[in-house]
Design a protein around this ligand. Structure first.
Ligand code: C5P
Length: 336
């Protein structure tokens, strides 16, 4: 499929999965204040949905002069962050600036072409699952196509890394080894599927607080990701359960001791293993199969009503074009 000019219609949809860290080792604090990580990322079947649309005067929207000035609007319901606090909008503005488009945020005159980013948020926020980064990744992938920016994956990942450490992986999806700040991504093999009960926590836990707690209380262990990588090739959930590793977990538990109690309760209810999602506070319960995930959700429903059944690996951002409408909604065709 060629650039946006070739697309029959002016709206694209993208769904972007959340991420899991199946292995997360902190090697130390860097001079720039970030932490050097070795991590194994895997995308999971829990998605945010974005719709991006160009609105302009008929016949004008592809005119080069019209495209140079572009008003960009985010449509999302609170508590989703608004304006520049939202990573999807920041991603759009950054991509526009790098592509010779002058993105405008405020009111526009009647001739200005508008881009709408309509965000349907389903990934829990401030939860350790890269929800904001997934939205940035979705905006970059979809607008790269809608605006005909012509950027390659590496260029999008480079812009993504400026927005947040998890964005490059969210652009890639699947399973990958992450190094550096978490932004150096190398895809790795995973079979699967693996089945999870994802248990969000109503009280957010900011990532910087958890890294600060790590600085205070923890030291690098030198543990490597090999066991997780073998387990991912084996398809054996028990082997993966034994290998799951997150060196931010103890720091998060120091800040929020009740998470340790919830983790034990999930194990007592039948999980093969339970690990903190990234910097938390979400807990990830690995189970043997889809039926076990449903059974665990039922068993913990009283104290974890927001728990979600999911499987991994999921893919990367999935781009779809609207090719018409039917009684049940838009007709979509997958682009990539
Ligand atoms: O990159 P991102 O904006 O997602 O990071 C959020 C915060 O998490 C950073 O401000 C930093 O405090 C912490 N962080 C870190 N080392 C990393 C990634 C994140 O210290 N590799």
């Amino acid at each position: 499929m060629g650039p946006a000019e070739g697309i029959d219609g002016t709206a694209l949809r993208v769904r972007v999965p959340a991420k899991l860290n199946l292995f997360l080792a902190v090697r130390g604090r860097r001079p720039d204040g970030y932490h050097e990580l070795v991590t194994v990322f895997q995308s999971v079947s829990l998605y945010d949905h974005l719709r991006v649309a160009l609105l302009g005067l008929p016949g004008r929207r592809h005119h080069p002069a019209a495209r140079r000035r572009m008003r960009v609007e985010l449509w999302a319901d609170p508590p989703v962050p608004q304006g520049r606090d939202n990573l999807a909008l920041r991603a759009a503005l950054r991509l526009g600036e790098r592509s010779g488009i002058v993105p405008l945020e405020g009111s526009a005159d009647r001739d200005t072409v508008r881009t709408i980013i309509d965000l349907d948020k389903r990934i829990p926020m401030t939860a350790g699952m890269a929800g904001g980064s997934a939205d940035a990744a979705g905006a970059l992938v979809a607008l790269n196509r809608l605006w005909s920016c012509g950027m390659a994956g590496d260029q999008l990942r480079h812009i993504g890394a400026e927005l947040g450490s998890d964005v490059p992986f969210c652009i890639t999806g699947g399973t990958a080894l992450g190094a550096g700040r978490g932004t150096d991504i190398t895809p790795v093999l995973s079979r699967g599927p693996f089945h999870w009960l994802i248990c969000p926590d109503p009280q957010p836990l900011p990532t910087p607080d958890v890294f600060r707690a790590w600085d205070r209380y923890a030291r690098p262990t030198g543990v490597g990701p090999d066991e997780v990588l073998y387990a991912l090739r084996s398809t054996d959930p028990a082997r993966l359960a034994a290998a799951l590793h997150n060196e931010l977990q103890e720091s998060a538990f120091r800040l929020r001791p009740e998470l340790r109690v919830r983790r034990q309760a999930l194990l007592d209810a039948g999980a093969l293993a339970v690990v903190l999602a990234g910097s938390g506070p979400t807990l990830l319960a690995l189970v043997a199969d889809a039926a076990a995930a449903e059974a665990l959700a039922y068993a913990v429903a009283r104290w974890c009503p927001g728990a979600v059944v999911a499987s991994s690996p999921a893919g990367g951002p999935e781009l779809m074009v609207e090719v018409g409408t039917s009684d049940t909604g838009p007709l979509l065709r997958t682009l990539e």
